[in-house]
Design a protein around this ligand. Structure first.
Ligand code: INS
Length: 275
């Protein structure tokens, strides 16, 4: 299966207490790693000359192809955690917007912007490149200014008709002109707390299995990508349970070194009910 991820690869400065760690990140990065367990994966991004070559080599070593639009700067975020699931975000630098569209067709295209890098026209163009377009809301509603991240309301009607849309529950009010029934599946997650999922507008509540985590970077990105992959081949509720389990195992280990047997075993502990 051929998948394309679109969005910035970032330099993340992860601040916990008095410690700072600098590492590769971005919604496209975490979604790509999740999909690379099952699929052939490409990333369309934009990074600056300062972006560490070994980070890109690390992706290529996992078989992930990277097409990077050259840029003056790279996108850099500071993520300051006050506990495993609570953080504040500061944008420190931003690369060029992604206005290029790949000529090829893909089985899945995941649009996962983090700093307003994907304009609505690019979304429209990608509707022609796949029958399975999925997106994360996060980077569509962040103002692209440097400094503490501020969310902005958008006319989200350009997202109508896509297969899967993911948002944090707190992001939903920023989406104007878009109802749950306007996309096939809407996933509204709430960290470790029960989330809501809508299938063609019909609401379900899911209860993830709980883990104590040190940080939750990439959780939504892994949830969206793994749900999309599972939903391509299994029914909605099973895909939802598996994606919750897959994300839980990733957060517990901060790696993708686990088997589908482990995913399926944990998936049995995820509860989904119609609301
Ligand atoms: C992280 C991660 C998060 C996103 C952050 C990014 O690496 O991808 O999902 O919200 O902006 O820096």
């Amino acid at each position: 299966m051929k998948c394309l991820l679109v969005g910035y690869l970032t330099a993340d400065i992860i601040a916990k207490g008095s410690t700072n760690e600098r590492r590769i990140g971005g919604g496209a990065y975490y979604s790509a790693l999740a999909l690379a367990k099952f699929c052939e994966v490409e990333i369309l991004t934009s990074v600056g000359r300062d972006f560490p070559g070994e980070w890109l080599d690390g992706l290529r070593e996992r078989g992930i192809k990277v097409k990077a639009i050259p840029s003056e700067k790279s996108t850099t975020y500071e993520l300051r955690y006050s506990d495993g699931n609570t953080r504040t975000l500061r944008l420190l630098g931003r690369a060029e917007p992604i206005t290029e569209v790949s000529p090829n067709r893909y089985d899945i295209v995941v649009l996962n912007p983090v700093a307003n890098e994907i304009p609505p026209e690019t979304v429209e163009a990608f509707k022609e490149r796949t029958d399975f377009l999925v997106a994360d809301v996060q980077g569509f509603i962040r103002a692209p200014q440097i400094g503490e991240v501020k969310l902005i309301s958008i006319d989200a009607s350009f997202l109508k008709g896509i297969k899967v849309l993911h948002a944090d529950i707190s992001e939903i009010p920023y989406l104007k002109s878009l109802q749950p029934k306007d996309v096939e599946v809407l996933l509204a997650s709430n960290g470790p707390e029960p989330g809501r999922a809508y299938l063609r507008g019909k609401e379900y509540i899911y209860r993830p299995a709980k883990f104590d985590v040190e940080e939750s970077t990439g959780a939504g990105d892994v949830f969206l990508a793994s749900f999309s992959y599972f939903y391509k081949s299994c029914p909605f509720i099973q895909a939802l349970k598996r994606a919750n389990a897959f994300t839980g195992l990733f957060l517990e280990r901060r790696s993708f070194d686990f088997s589908m047997e482990e995913v399926d075993e944990l998936a049995r502990r995820v509860k989904v009910e119609k609301s």
